[in-house]
Design a protein around this ligand. Structure first.
Ligand code: FEO
Length: 170
């Protein structure tokens, strides 16, 4: 069984990961309304990845004989008007999630829970990748998004993203 504090934080993180999925579906909806289906696709794939994160944490807790409780998922609260708004909200959200993952890591570190630290290593790296992806999207939008042709090509690029199962196997 996992330590009580670590288990509580991991259980809360499962909810956050489902919230992330929900938030990204909210972004995808917004882009469908804007007729930017490539952006919508990008966030639909992102939402699938977030669900994977929640399920990996669920499986990790269950593998360690620790009870998982699924709580209510909050309504996505990001206000979206301009094309760049979701991208900026996405980066801010990933930075917030990175902080949460680090807090769980700290709790595991304090009690020398090496197993959980090793499990979380994948998420620490993943957060680095997600922050970079979110930052790159903002940069591209700033460079090309104000021109109709540029926006069209960017949307085409994001339409090509496909879902890839997580590299972490438990
Ligand atoms: Fe589950 Fe976007 O990190």
């Amino acid at each position: 069984m996992l330590n009580e504090t670590v288990a509580k934080l991991l259980n809360a993180q499962i909810n956050q990961e489902f919230y992330s999925a929900y938030l990204y579906l909210h972004f995808a909806n917004f882009y469908v309304e804007q007729d930017l289906n490539g952006f919508a696709n990008w966030y639909q794939v992102q939402a699938q990845e977030e669900r994977d994160h929640a399920m990996l944490m669920t499986q990790y807790m269950q593998n360690n004989d620790t009870k998982v409780t699924y709580e209510a998922v909050a309504k996505p609260d990001a206000k979206l008007t301009g094309h760049i708004d979701a991208l900026k909200a996405g980066l801010a959200h990933e930075q917030y999630v990175t902080g949460l993952i680090h807090k769980i890591y700290e709790a595991a570190y304090e009690i020398r829970d090496f197993r959980t630290m090793q499990f979380l290593d994948w998420f620490v790296k993943e957060q680095g990748e997600e922050e970079k992806n979110a930052t790159d999207l903002i940069k591209k939008m700033k460079l090309f998004g104000s021109d109709a042709k540029g926006l069209y090509l960017l949307d085409q690029e994001l339409a090509a993203r496909t879902y890839v199962a997580p590299s972490l196997v438990l």
